[in-house]
Design a protein around this ligand. Sequence first.
Ligand SMILES: [Zn+2]
Length: 213
Amino acid sequence: MRSTLVRFFHTLSSFTRTAPRRNSYSLRPHPIPLRASMPIIPSFLASLFGTSAAMSSSQSYPDQRGPDEWRAVLNKEQFRILREKGTEPPGSGKFDKHYPSAGVYTCAGCHAPLYKASHKFSSGCGWPAYFDSIPGAVSRHEDRLYGMIRTEIVCSNCGGHLGHVFKGEGFPTPTDERHCVNSVSLNFSPDDEPVKKVDDGKEDGEKNKESKV
Ligand SMILES: [Zn+2]
């Protein structure tokens, strides 16, 4: 980059013929142009641009309960997973093979609605899988534990750990994303209204427009 710059100034100066002989002047170090540092985006910038990408779990969430308050309302396994970023064994969760036609999955900690039944799909991975969430309900940030770079997902309301999101695995879903969520982090409410926008092509008969009855 520097040499390109130098050459540029050389060319420029010889073209305009205004350069003094003492070239050393024009070779003074120039401040590195901003563009040169673009590939390395400081994390504070990343946090501005990437949803809540760089948010750490200690960041402020609307539900500010502390560890003791969480212990009072969560069982041990819920606390381990939601508040200590644990993982349930694959295939063990009660929602792993749970495919209701309607309803909403809520945060087991704070009860915020997170996923609709229509977001769920069968991934075969051993944990509940969703291709999307209720808008704004789930926040993401980088997880560098265990020498891997993964994207952790947490409840946007209480910061409770849900699992991780993986992209580009080739699942035939609208987003090609897989929210891999611990069942322990979730509750299910079957009473909620059926989802309106179902674009997965199946059950065409049932997705009539729910025109107000
Ligand atoms: Zn929550």
